[in-house]
Design a protein around this ligand. Sequence first.
Ligand code: C5P
Length: 242
Amino acid sequence: MSTLTRNDVTGRIMVALDYANAESAEGLLKQLEGIPCYVKVGMQLFYAAGPTFVASLKDRGYKVFLDVKMHDIPNTVKGGAESVTRLGVDVFNVHAAGGKYMMEAALEGVDKGLAVGAARPIVIGVTQLTSTSQQVLNDEIGVAGTTEQAVIRYARLAHAAGLNGVVASPLEVTAIKAACGDGFVTVTPGIRPAGADIGDQSRIMTPAEAFAQGTDYVVIGRPITGAADPRAAIEAIIDSIV
Ligand code: C5P
Protein backbone atom coordinates (compact mmCIF):
# COMPACT_ATOMS: atom_id res chain seq x y z
CA MET A 1 0.00 0.00 0.00
CA SER A 2 1.31 3.40 -0.97
CA THR A 3 0.95 6.51 1.17
CA LEU A 4 0.77 8.66 -1.96
CA THR A 5 -2.57 10.24 -2.81
CA ARG A 6 -4.09 10.00 -6.28
CA ASN A 7 -3.20 13.63 -6.93
CA ASP A 8 0.41 13.15 -5.74
CA VAL A 9 0.84 10.24 -8.12
CA THR A 10 -0.81 11.97 -11.08
CA GLY A 11 1.45 15.01 -10.69
CA ARG A 12 4.45 12.71 -10.82
CA ILE A 13 3.51 11.00 -14.07
CA MET A 14 5.14 12.62 -17.10
CA VAL A 15 3.34 11.66 -20.29
CA ALA A 16 5.74 11.59 -23.24
CA LEU A 17 4.14 13.50 -26.13
CA ASP A 18 6.18 11.68 -28.76
CA TYR A 19 4.26 12.99 -31.77
CA ALA A 20 5.20 14.38 -35.16
CA ASN A 21 3.20 17.58 -34.84
CA ALA A 22 1.22 19.79 -32.47
CA GLU A 23 -2.11 18.61 -33.85
CA SER A 24 -1.47 14.99 -32.87
CA ALA A 25 -0.21 16.04 -29.43
CA GLU A 26 -3.33 18.17 -28.94
CA GLY A 27 -5.45 15.10 -29.73
CA LEU A 28 -3.87 13.24 -26.81
CA LEU A 29 -4.11 16.28 -24.51
CA LYS A 30 -7.82 16.48 -25.26
CA GLN A 31 -8.26 12.86 -24.23
CA LEU A 32 -6.38 13.48 -20.98
CA GLU A 33 -8.16 16.77 -20.26
CA GLY A 34 -8.45 17.52 -16.54
CA ILE A 35 -5.85 14.93 -15.49
CA PRO A 36 -3.11 16.97 -13.76
CA CYS A 37 -0.14 15.02 -15.11
CA TYR A 38 3.14 16.48 -16.38
CA VAL A 39 3.71 16.51 -20.13
CA LYS A 40 7.06 15.74 -21.70
CA VAL A 41 8.01 17.37 -25.00
CA GLY A 42 10.87 15.51 -26.63
CA MET A 43 12.93 16.22 -29.71
CA GLN A 44 10.41 14.93 -32.26
CA LEU A 45 7.67 17.33 -31.20
CA PHE A 46 9.97 20.21 -30.26
CA TYR A 47 11.77 20.14 -33.62
CA ALA A 48 8.37 20.15 -35.35
CA ALA A 49 6.22 22.43 -33.22
CA GLY A 50 8.92 24.41 -31.42
CA PRO A 51 8.84 27.01 -28.69
CA THR A 52 5.37 28.23 -29.74
CA PHE A 53 3.84 24.91 -28.77
CA VAL A 54 5.71 24.81 -25.45
CA ALA A 55 4.63 28.38 -24.67
CA SER A 56 1.03 27.44 -25.42
CA LEU A 57 1.25 24.48 -23.01
CA LYS A 58 2.57 26.82 -20.32
CA ASP A 59 -0.21 29.34 -21.03
CA ARG A 60 -2.74 26.58 -20.41
CA GLY A 61 -1.13 25.69 -17.08
CA TYR A 62 0.63 22.45 -17.99
CA LYS A 63 3.77 21.41 -16.15
CA VAL A 64 6.31 20.83 -18.91
CA PHE A 65 9.43 18.67 -19.07
CA LEU A 66 11.42 19.70 -22.14
CA ASP A 67 13.39 16.55 -22.94
CA VAL A 68 15.92 17.81 -25.49
CA LYS A 69 18.98 16.24 -23.84
CA MET A 70 21.48 19.02 -24.56
CA HIS A 71 25.03 17.81 -25.24
CA ASP A 72 27.44 20.32 -26.78
CA ILE A 73 30.33 22.58 -25.84
CA PRO A 74 29.66 24.41 -22.56
CA ASN A 75 29.09 27.82 -24.15
CA THR A 76 26.44 26.43 -26.51
CA VAL A 77 24.69 24.51 -23.74
CA LYS A 78 24.71 27.66 -21.64
CA GLY A 79 22.89 29.48 -24.45
CA GLY A 80 20.43 26.63 -24.90
CA ALA A 81 19.67 26.54 -21.19
CA GLU A 82 19.12 30.28 -21.18
CA SER A 83 16.62 30.00 -24.06
CA VAL A 84 14.58 27.16 -22.54
CA THR A 85 14.54 28.92 -19.17
CA ARG A 86 13.06 31.98 -20.90
CA LEU A 87 10.38 29.67 -22.32
CA GLY A 88 9.30 28.86 -18.77
CA VAL A 89 9.73 25.07 -18.83
CA ASP A 90 9.53 23.36 -15.44
CA VAL A 91 12.15 20.69 -16.12
CA PHE A 92 14.82 20.24 -18.82
CA ASN A 93 17.83 18.00 -19.23
CA VAL A 94 21.44 17.85 -20.39
CA HIS A 95 23.68 14.81 -20.91
CA ALA A 96 25.89 14.10 -17.90
CA ALA A 97 28.35 12.65 -20.46
CA GLY A 98 29.03 16.28 -21.48
CA GLY A 99 31.03 16.62 -18.27
CA LYS A 100 30.90 18.74 -15.12
CA TYR A 101 31.89 22.01 -16.79
CA MET A 102 29.15 21.60 -19.40
CA MET A 103 26.54 20.93 -16.71
CA GLU A 104 27.72 23.95 -14.71
CA ALA A 105 27.39 26.03 -17.88
CA ALA A 106 23.75 24.89 -18.16
CA LEU A 107 23.10 26.26 -14.66
CA GLU A 108 24.74 29.56 -15.62
CA GLY A 109 22.38 29.70 -18.60
CA VAL A 110 19.44 29.22 -16.23
CA ASP A 111 20.68 32.12 -14.09
CA LYS A 112 20.86 34.31 -17.18
CA GLY A 113 17.43 33.34 -18.55
CA LEU A 114 15.43 33.37 -15.33
CA ALA A 115 12.92 36.19 -15.16
CA VAL A 116 12.54 38.05 -11.87
CA GLY A 117 10.13 36.15 -9.64
CA ALA A 118 9.94 33.11 -11.98
CA ALA A 119 10.36 29.58 -10.62
CA ARG A 120 13.75 28.04 -11.37
CA PRO A 121 13.52 25.03 -13.71
CA ILE A 122 14.65 21.67 -12.40
CA VAL A 123 17.78 20.69 -14.36
CA ILE A 124 18.30 16.98 -14.83
CA GLY A 125 21.30 15.03 -16.12
CA VAL A 126 20.80 12.14 -18.52
CA THR A 127 22.80 9.16 -17.25
CA GLN A 128 22.55 6.06 -19.43
CA LEU A 129 19.56 5.80 -21.76
CA THR A 130 17.10 3.19 -20.59
CA SER A 131 17.35 1.55 -24.00
CA THR A 132 21.05 0.82 -23.42
CA SER A 133 21.81 -2.79 -22.55
CA GLN A 134 24.98 -3.98 -20.83
CA GLN A 135 26.30 -5.33 -24.14
CA VAL A 136 25.70 -2.03 -25.96
CA LEU A 137 27.37 -0.08 -23.13
CA ASN A 138 30.49 -2.25 -23.13
CA ASP A 139 30.90 -3.29 -26.77
CA GLU A 140 29.43 -0.38 -28.74
CA ILE A 141 29.83 2.69 -26.51
CA GLY A 142 33.08 1.35 -25.04
CA VAL A 143 32.30 2.06 -21.39
CA ALA A 144 33.61 -0.69 -19.11
CA GLY A 145 31.81 -2.01 -16.04
CA THR A 146 28.15 -2.50 -15.30
CA THR A 147 25.35 -0.19 -16.38
CA GLU A 148 24.68 0.62 -12.74
CA GLN A 149 28.31 1.66 -12.20
CA ALA A 150 28.14 3.98 -15.22
CA VAL A 151 24.83 5.45 -14.04
CA ILE A 152 26.11 6.10 -10.52
CA ARG A 153 29.27 7.73 -11.87
CA TYR A 154 27.15 10.08 -14.02
CA ALA A 155 24.77 10.75 -11.11
CA ARG A 156 27.64 11.73 -8.79
CA LEU A 157 29.04 14.00 -11.49
CA ALA A 158 25.65 15.67 -12.07
CA HIS A 159 25.29 16.12 -8.31
CA ALA A 160 28.77 17.63 -8.03
CA ALA A 161 27.95 20.03 -10.88
CA GLY A 162 24.92 21.25 -8.91
CA LEU A 163 22.15 19.68 -11.03
CA ASN A 164 18.87 18.83 -9.32
CA GLY A 165 18.76 15.19 -10.35
CA VAL A 166 19.09 12.64 -13.13
CA VAL A 167 17.16 10.60 -15.65
CA ALA A 168 17.80 6.91 -15.08
CA SER A 169 16.14 3.52 -15.08
CA PRO A 170 13.91 2.82 -12.07
CA LEU A 171 16.28 -0.10 -11.37
CA GLU A 172 18.93 2.43 -10.33
CA VAL A 173 16.85 4.73 -8.09
CA THR A 174 17.93 3.16 -4.79
CA ALA A 175 21.62 3.34 -5.63
CA ILE A 176 21.32 6.94 -6.92
CA LYS A 177 19.53 8.10 -3.76
CA ALA A 178 22.17 6.31 -1.64
CA ALA A 179 24.99 8.02 -3.57
CA CYS A 180 23.53 11.53 -3.96
CA GLY A 181 20.91 11.86 -1.22
CA ASP A 182 17.12 11.53 -1.07
CA GLY A 183 16.58 15.08 -2.30
CA PHE A 184 18.39 14.34 -5.57
CA VAL A 185 15.53 13.98 -8.04
CA THR A 186 15.09 10.85 -10.14
CA VAL A 187 13.11 10.91 -13.38
CA THR A 188 12.56 7.38 -14.63
CA PRO A 189 11.51 6.26 -18.11
CA GLY A 190 11.55 2.57 -18.98
CA ILE A 191 8.15 2.14 -17.35
CA ARG A 192 5.88 -0.63 -18.53
CA PRO A 193 2.61 -1.71 -16.90
CA ALA A 194 2.46 -5.48 -16.36
CA GLY A 195 1.95 -7.24 -19.69
CA ALA A 196 2.68 -4.14 -21.84
CA ASP A 197 4.86 -4.17 -24.93
CA ILE A 198 8.51 -3.47 -24.01
CA GLY A 199 9.36 -1.87 -27.38
CA ASP A 200 12.96 -0.59 -27.52
CA GLN A 201 13.30 -0.14 -23.76
CA SER A 202 15.61 -2.48 -21.93
CA ARG A 203 15.83 -1.73 -18.20
CA ILE A 204 12.17 -1.56 -17.17
CA MET A 205 9.79 -1.71 -14.18
CA THR A 206 6.05 -1.36 -13.67
CA PRO A 207 4.79 2.06 -12.48
CA ALA A 208 3.99 0.72 -8.99
CA GLU A 209 7.43 -0.89 -8.67
CA ALA A 210 9.12 2.36 -9.75
CA PHE A 211 7.27 4.38 -7.10
CA ALA A 212 8.06 1.70 -4.52
CA GLN A 213 11.75 2.31 -5.33
CA GLY A 214 11.25 5.96 -4.33
CA THR A 215 11.39 7.55 -7.75
CA ASP A 216 10.19 11.16 -7.98
CA TYR A 217 8.76 11.10 -11.52
CA VAL A 218 7.91 8.36 -13.99
CA VAL A 219 8.00 9.02 -17.73
CA ILE A 220 5.44 7.00 -19.66
CA GLY A 221 4.95 7.19 -23.41
CA ARG A 222 3.62 4.40 -25.57
CA PRO A 223 1.71 2.51 -22.85
CA ILE A 224 -0.51 5.64 -22.74
CA THR A 225 -0.15 7.28 -26.16
CA GLY A 226 -0.39 3.97 -28.02
CA ALA A 227 -3.39 2.68 -26.07
CA ALA A 228 -6.80 2.40 -27.74
CA ASP A 229 -8.12 4.51 -24.85
CA PRO A 230 -5.28 6.67 -23.43
CA ARG A 231 -7.47 8.10 -20.66
CA ALA A 232 -8.39 4.61 -19.45
CA ALA A 233 -4.71 3.63 -19.71
CA ILE A 234 -3.45 6.45 -17.47
CA GLU A 235 -6.34 5.93 -15.02
CA ALA A 236 -5.44 2.22 -14.80
CA ILE A 237 -1.79 3.15 -14.20
CA ILE A 238 -2.78 5.56 -11.40
CA ASP A 239 -5.08 2.89 -9.91
CA SER A 240 -2.18 0.41 -9.93
CA ILE A 241 -0.10 2.79 -7.77
CA VAL A 242 -2.48 4.27 -5.17
O1 C5P B 1 7.20 5.13 -25.03
P1 C5P B 1 8.12 5.07 -23.84
O2 C5P B 1 7.38 4.91 -22.53
O3 C5P B 1 9.25 4.08 -24.00
O4 C5P B 1 8.77 6.53 -23.81
C1 C5P B 1 9.82 6.86 -22.96
C2 C5P B 1 10.16 8.30 -23.17
O5 C5P B 1 11.22 8.65 -22.29
C3 C5P B 1 10.63 8.65 -24.58
O6 C5P B 1 10.11 9.94 -24.87
C4 C5P B 1 12.14 8.69 -24.46
O7 C5P B 1 12.71 9.65 -25.34
C5 C5P B 1 12.32 9.16 -23.01
N1 C5P B 1 13.58 8.78 -22.38
C6 C5P B 1 14.00 7.48 -22.23
N2 C5P B 1 15.20 7.20 -21.63
C7 C5P B 1 15.95 8.19 -21.16
C8 C5P B 1 15.53 9.53 -21.29
C9 C5P B 1 14.32 9.78 -21.91
O8 C5P B 1 13.30 6.56 -22.64
N3 C5P B 1 17.07 7.90 -20.52
